[in-house]
Design a protein around this ligand. Structure first.
Ligand code: ZN
Ligand code: ZN
Length: 640
């Protein structure tokens, strides 16, 4: 094994044949050449123990070889590796005329220590001391620039490289692509990419990642397709990029194609694919992938099992998630988070809180995500006092400053149980930077449910003053005023939304039947079985009316007549998905539907009755939580 990290550097340590090395740097290297092999081999043998390294360092000082460039290099490198960056820095500064390799090893040390500014500063010093850079040190400092998003500095280094005649070394080019991509300069990234003579799989993967980070899906695919053979990493980057950009079905298609091409997926690939399944609610596919993972000899580490727990809980099978969790030998904070959030999502508040307590007992420190899960659990369970207690403990006991999501949970907790004035006062007490439109929307929805127009109007006023309202806020405001019968206001917000060119996010529900995901938009006529679907829906409308269902016409927006409102409601996407589920599965099969928006009051009331009439369990995941419908009831107890 080589003594040095960079084998090619070893030969250059004394011999400055390296064409980039400035003559001054050369004289630095030519001085006092004596390689203390004893010390170096001692360091080699004791490289894992800081105390030993220190005492060998002392020995070198006694022998007078502490300025031997080989010894210094090895010592700086080991001190950095052993997290003793102070020792490394001190030694570096006591060295006469440090050469480019010594700079590289300390810059690397700073980078792995997270001291990016120090790394960049040291690189600057190198120039002052007339030590010319080589591509190793440039790559190292660019790493720091990437982490620090230091675009200006990166550009300077880039310019310097071009001027110095260093040539665009491959690893330098890759770092530049990454840097420009991370700093939103995708075009510049592309320019560097186009100048690399060999645009191999690594270069393409880096370029693809930049495109995906900026939502440029088609450009990324073009780069991917430019390769003759793609390896696991490249395929995984592709799938990950698609999933991150919400192209879930395309991500899954890519995964299938990868299998057809015989490329073995790894743990990261599976984590991406499982994330697609959980977002789609594709339980059958998720189960199949879980089985397939066993065949691929996947290492079931915490991250992989965490992804499985997420998938099962977000796809509606909380029992399987619980089994996997219980089987885990080593659980970390993210394992607990997955399970706590899963339980909260299913409205299993008590279980979520018990698990949180168990986690504390095990000595595992919660983080900010844990509290989002626990507070959500309190909210879904109507546990106001406990919620406050936990919220207060965040800072006092655990040293975690509440974020906007945590404040949102508190507003939700109060809103759900009808303590609307308190909720409003809570918002008033927070600084403006802690209030967002999502929080106000949730409170407005509570005001609507509890029919409190006084607080509602105050909230509505604040919401309408929000700077960046999305379609959800406009619709919420419009619905709120419509529910008060104030149609003028309702129409006004609707108009504002249309004039502002804000598109309404279309309601979309999906259901998985025989491993295929069927997606429905509201009023969708595209499905090949649309005739039978609408027939079923009509039958359900008739049967549920016999059971006492009457469409809550206030939830639609316009001041149109009741019959029309009823029609507009009747085709909400979840109803189409459920109708399709009923005609395409065996009796008593549980139906699982995923909806992208919050389920409306009217659909909620109707699905309760459909579950009763058809003796089916119907599980609907909407934007906020799961609803388990069975025999005329819902697990959310009509709070959502
Ligand atoms: Zn609906
Ligand atoms: Zn419900």
């Amino acid at each position: 094994m080589s003594i040095l990290v960079l084998p090619s550097v070893t030969t250059n340590l004394y011999n400055s044949s390296n064409s980039y090395t400035h003559s001054k740097a050369k004289t630095n290297n030519d001085q006092n050449i004596c390689r203390d092999t004893d010390i170096i081999s001692l360091l080699q043998q004791n490289r894992k123990n800081l105390k030993h390294v220190e005492s060998i360092h002392g020995r070198a000082i006694k022998k007078g070889t502490e300025q031997d460039p080989f010894v210094v290099f090895e010592l700086v490198r080991l001190y950095c590796k052993l997290n003793s960056i102070d020792h490394a820095t001190k030694l570096f500064h006591s060295t006469h005329n440090p050469n480019v390799y010594l700079y590289t090893s300390l810059i690397d040390g700073f980078v792995s220590f997270g001291s990016y500014s120090a790394a960049i500063g040291l690189y600057g010093q190198m120039g002052h001391n007339n030590v010319l850079p080589d591509s190793y040190v440039v790559t190292s400092v660019l790493k720091a620039c990437v982490f620090q998003r230091a675009l200006r500095c990166g550009r300077e280094v880039h310019g310097q490289v071009l001027k110095s005649g260093l040539g665009l070394d491959r690893s330098v080019a890759l770092k530049l692509i990454e840097l420009y991509g991370k700093c939103d300069e995708v075009e510049d990234a592309r320019k560097v990419f186009d100048r690399i003579p060999e645009r191999d799989v690594v270069a393409r993967t880096v370029m693809m990642a930049s495109y995906f980070d900026h939502g440029m899906v088609e450009e990324a695919i073009e780069v991917f397709n430019g390769l003759k053979t793609q390896d696991t990493v490249c395929w995984t980057a592709m799938i990950d990029g698609l999933v991150r950009n919400g192209e879930l079905n395309r991500g899954l298609e890519m995964f299938r194609e990868m299998q057809v091409k015989g490329v073995e997926p790894n743990e990261v690939t599976f984590v991406c694919v499982l994330s697609a399944c959980s977002q789609l609610g594709a339980l059958e596919l998720g189960r199949w992938i879980h089985m397939y993972m066993h065949k691929c000899n996947v290492k079931f580490n915490q991250i992989v099992v965490g992804a499985l727990i997420n998938m099962y809980s977000r796809c509606g099978d909380i029992d399987e998630a619980q089994l996997l969790f219980d089987d885990m030998k080593v659980k970390d904070v993210s394992s607990y988070n997955s399970m706590i959030c899963g339980l909260a999502l299913h409205g299993m508040s008590i279980e979520a809180i018990e698990l949180f307590r168990e986690m504390l007992k095990q000595g595992i420190s919660p983080n900010s995500i844990t509290f989002v899960g626990v507070l959500n659990a309190c909210s879904h369970g109507g546990l106001v006092e406990l919620g406050f207690e936990i919220f207060q403990s965040m800072e006092t006991l655990h040293g975690i400053k509440p974020h906007i999501e945590h404040h949102g949970c508190m507003v939700d907790i109060l809103g759900r149980v009808g303590r609307l004035e308190e909720a409003y006062n809570f918002i008033e007490r927070m600084g403006a930077q802690h209030v967002d439109d999502k929080m106000l929307c949730a409170l407005l929805s509570s005001c609507k449910i509890h029919r409190n127009s006084e607080v509602g109007e105050q909230v509505a006023k604040r919401l309408s003053e929000c700077s960046k309202m999305d379609s959800g806020s406009y619709i919420m405001l419009s619905n709120f005023y419509a529910s008060l019968g104030r149609w003028n206001f309702a129409a006004e917000f609707r108009e504002k939304m249309e004039k502002g060119g804000i598109l309404k996010e279309p309601g979309c529900s999906s259901i998985e039947v025989n491993n295929v995901i069927h997606e429905f938009l509201s009023g969708d006529l595209k499905h090949h079985e649309r005739r039978s679907i609408y027939q079923k829906l009509e039958e359900l409308n008739y049967l549920t009316k016999l059971e006492g269902y009457s469409p809550a016409t206030e939830v639609t927006l316009h001041d149109i007549d009741d019959k029309q409102k009823e029609l507009a409601l009747a085709v909400h996407s979840e109803r189409l998905a459920i109708s399709y589920g009923l005609i395409s599965t065996e009796p008593h099969t549980t139906l699982r539907v995923v909806k992208n928006l919050r389920i409306c009051d009217d659909c909620h009331a109707m699905i309760k009755l459909i579950a009763k009439i058809t003796s089916r369990k119907i599980v609907v995941r909407d934007r906020n939580r799961f609803h388990h419908f069975e025999n005329g009831h819902c697990s959310c107890k009509d709070y959502w």
